[in-house]
Write a protein that binds this ligand. Sequence first.
Ligand code: CA
Ligand code: CA
Length: 425
Amino acid sequence: MNLKPGWLLLLSISAGVWSVPIDRNGDNQEVKEDVQEENADTGLYYDRYLREVIEVLETDPHFREKLQTANTEDIKNGRLSKELDLVGHNVRTRLDELKRQEVSRLRMLLKAKLDSLQMDHASLLKQFEHLDPHNQNTFEAKDLELLISTATKDLENYDAERHEEFKRYEMLKEHERREYLKGLDQEKREKEEKRMQELKEKHRQHPKVNAPGSVAQLREVWEETDGLDPQEFNPKTFFKLHDTNEDGVLDEQELEALFTKELEKVYDPKNEEDDMMEMEEERLRMREHIMKNVDTNKDRLVSLEEFLKSTEKKEFNSPKEWETLDAKPVYTEEELQRFEAELRDKEEELKRRAETLRQEQELLKERGKALEAQKREYQQAVLEMSQRQKEQQAADGQPPAGPNGELQFQPEAHKPEDKGKQTEM
Ligand SMILES: [Ca+2]
Ligand SMILES: [Ca+2]
């Protein structure tokens, strides 16, 4: 595929579709493939829909041609979406079908919610920004525009959200550690604290991590992952080698795959002290670092030109030392306090809800008891009534209707008739 950067913004979004690892170097391929697969999903909940739409659009020669000349702005401001009016009929039909499937998938997702909220489908579908809720059957320019703008916006926020999520993860971990220590007696606590400190120290001891995107880092990949001669290191060859889907640019997934070597110096899944969530955060930091320095046109892709330019910079050969994640805490004590207060609030809220439920249950029990008492009173009244009937019948000189007083539930009105039958027999 030889496409211009603008469209590649979209391709990078759905990198999984085009990331076909090329078998170049036996043993290492397995590792690479793992990374590719792991990163294939954009993380957007409409990931599949997005990919399928792009795939179908790619099959239309006119649209494909437009894509090649489009730039990021054309895509972002919706100019490209207008071209949808000119695509072939069968492509439109397939897009319509995709949209119907997506609407139906979202409907399924909403079903449970719907049952509890008593809302209609149309108003619930409005919350999904990536498709036009006013038209649920056909795929129009508006749909493509919404899909592109939502995916671009979401991806921009995605990294920020991942950092935030990671921070909360770390704070929860620290909170749980503190709570755990609180529950121990002094002797045990001191022992545990010492053990934890030692693990921390052990984690910090690792070989030097090269700055991402520096010559030292790339050379290490070249030599150890690619198994090539260090004397022959060549940036252009390196770029081509790691553009695994051969689309002429390094996307986020291809960049992140480059850091595995560095990350393995710090993280080993077999070690108690190495947290793999932290490893992924470190990978994200490394990718952001490269993008910040190398991706000058900010399309979330590194072109060969951008890459080669970065190798001419001073930092390429003598970068600042890379500060690993463990160098400083990701949250302040103040943030942790706030987080813990939030946790307490949530816990309180849960307790309050549990208490309300308990009270409601209590109330139901009381009502049940009252009903039970009413029922007994009623039975008593019926019993008394039937007793009175028997006495009346005895007084009238008639035999009782049955051995166990079957007549007790018979309405008054039927009595004479029944009595008549009884006499006939
Ligand atoms: Ca690529
Ligand atoms: Ca770029």
